[in-house]
Ligand binder design. Structure first.
Ligand SMILES: Cc1ncc(COP(=O)(O)O)c(C=O)c1O
Length: 196
């Protein structure tokens, strides 16, 4: 039996009319870059996450990179990242010229183990990137507490966590800033399943 690696057909069938109408409306407007749809999506997604602003950009890696740049993180700085994540988390850091410093996961949750973070903090550390993996949020209370004590920024890599909920708050609203991915294989359309 052949099992397709990623097949979006079943999901697309459910919302086929809605999708076709949306594609058609963009086509009719001849407006493919930014524009009204982009603007509306930024507002809707910010609302969905319970935050004040969202900014659409090229992809999840760019989102994380731009967050780090906005925080003026670069050459000579260090950023704590989980060792168990997609490579883009660490690439966002190295693209800025900063150094990713890896921390092992908690063996029960597979997300970054907060008890191992402090030993990796140095006077060069500027931020912690918490990755919400497979829709499971990282231990944000513990991570935010460590960040507060050491004066660090907290960035959520929420590329796999649209709609995930942590103690009543949505992923994307749990740190100083967050990056999401809308790569077609991401768990976007089934986000209600991600509220652990
Ligand atoms: C945890 C994580 N971070 C970042 C990314 C990067 O997202 P994108 O593929 O949209 O650049 C991904 C996507 O695979 C991811 O799973």
């Amino acid at each position: 039996m052949k099992v397709p690696f990623v097949s979006l057909n079943v999901m697309h069938q459910e919302i086929h009319t809605e999708l076709t109408e949306a594609f058609q409306s963009v086509l009719n407007a001849n407006n493919y870059i930014m524009g009204a749809e982009w603007d509306r999506f930024q507002k809707d997604f910010a609302n969905f996450c319970g935050v004040s602003f969202a900014v659409g950009c090229g992809n999840g890696l760019d989102a994380l990179y731009l967050v780090l740049k906005a925080m003026e993180i670069g050459e000579g700085d260090e950023v704590i990242v989980p060792s168990n994540t997609f490579i883009a988390t660490a690439l966002a850091v190295s693209y800025t010229g900063a150094t990713p410093v890896f921390v092992e996961p908690n063996i029960n949750t597979y997300t970054i183990d907060p008890s191992l973070i402090e030993e990796k903090i140095s006077d060069k550390t500027k931020a912690i990137i918490a990755v919400h993996l497979y829709g499971r949020c990282a231990d944000m209370d513990a991570i935010n507490q460590i960040a507060k004590v050491h004066g660090l920024k907290v960035i959520e890599d929420a590329a796999q966590a649209h709609g995930a909920v942590y103690k009543g708050k949505k992923a994307g609203s749990l740190g100083d800033a967050a990056g999401f991915s809308f790569y077609p294989g991401k768990n976007l359309a089934r986000s209600e399943m991600l509220a652990w």
